[in-house]
Design a protein around this ligand. Sequence first.
Ligand code: SF4
Length: 467
Amino acid sequence: MAKKQIIPKKMPMPEQPADERIHNYNEVPYGYTPEQAMAEAQRCLECAKPGCMQGCPVGINIPGFLQLVSLGDFRGAINLIKETNALPAVTGRVCPQEDQCEGKCALCKKYEPVGIGRLERFVADWEAQQGPPTIPELPPPTGKRVAVVGSGPAGVTVAADLIRIGHHVTIFEALHEAGGVLVYGIPEFRLPKAIVKREVEYVCSMGVKLVKDFVVGTAATVDELLEEFDAVFLGTGAGLPWFLGIPGENLNGVYSANEYLTRANLMKAYKFPEYDTPIALGQRVLTIGGGNVAMDSARTALRLGAKESIIVYRRSRDEMPARKEEVHHAEQEGVVFNLLTTPVAIHGDKNGWAKELECTRNELGEPDASGRRRPVPIPNSNFRIACDVVVLSIGQSPNPLIPKTTPDLAVGKYGVVKVDDKTMKTSKRGVFAGGDVATGGATVILAMGQGKIAAAAIHQYLTTGVW
Ligand code: SF4
């Protein structure tokens, strides 16, 4: 057989120019055309031992779907993906593929990996353009009932896997829209709400019941759910933002990233007063943090009309946890990075509005427990940065409502629900948990991977009765 000619680089992704997109909320990449998708899929070497699959937390048959795309069988490709992943248009957009499937692609040793995420997104979008999705044939009902608390990536994955094996599933969502962090946390320009809605609707079209505006912990406790359901899965995410504990955090114009993004995205503050939710607008917005949420906040500030959007991060660029692609997009759009800088106070004006952020300069010391070099403040290096709005994006932990109303549910550091990571079983019989509520804040795909583990364990529990 003739040796395959290797094309070293990925097919470039067409995208909105940076100077245009900072004036709108439309998605940045346009996606591949069918011809571009087929050409990109043909770069796959069809490895006998595909490293890409080892890097996928939900176990997608990656070489299988790539081969179908390379032949132009997009229907076959999406059906194959959906056997293990109910949210392909979402994961194709927001997964950190460079650390997962693409990071383990055989091509990586010398060249750019196959654009697996871009192709997953392509086939999911292609299917949506063809009309209603194909609904898989389902087995007869088992008569077992499962309550899923939270409609984010972990909850939707559990629901999809359990409905496919015949269990009845009801998802309880606290907000008025399903999707969890996918709709309140990730901005429209990175993940359009219509796409999340489409994928949640697909899971509901298989028979999953969705109950919105229902807060478990107040409307019903976990114990009350257990009277009606045979098992409960907690996928309530990590929606409790952290603060720095520095003076001035209660000034006007200071937000947690969680509130800032929820107002701007889910509540559509960018359309105020057409929509009811206001947001503080400012010429100069400072975002504190170096993760993906910080990039989302800084880019949102530009779209809300900020003239300057500045990231303040205590370590250097090499230690930033954000995806390179997100940092690149933020830079393209004009976000400025103020690195090796730690905030120590926020100063306000006489009306109580934030006006200056006081910081110290840092140098890097020895690595800390995270393996990243520790920021060490340089003595007498204090300086101030003028600001109108400050967005704190330094992390989050689970909301304590469910643990507080479920006395026998064990929680660990930062309020994270304790689970057995092989089964996602909690300390309470019949109750499983996964995603950010069990990790304290990770990625969409890791939450989905835990959802798959939990679904398998719930199935075993429902069919054997053994805890
Ligand atoms: S590792 Fe890369 S080249 Fe090999 S099968 Fe997976 S995507 Fe294709």
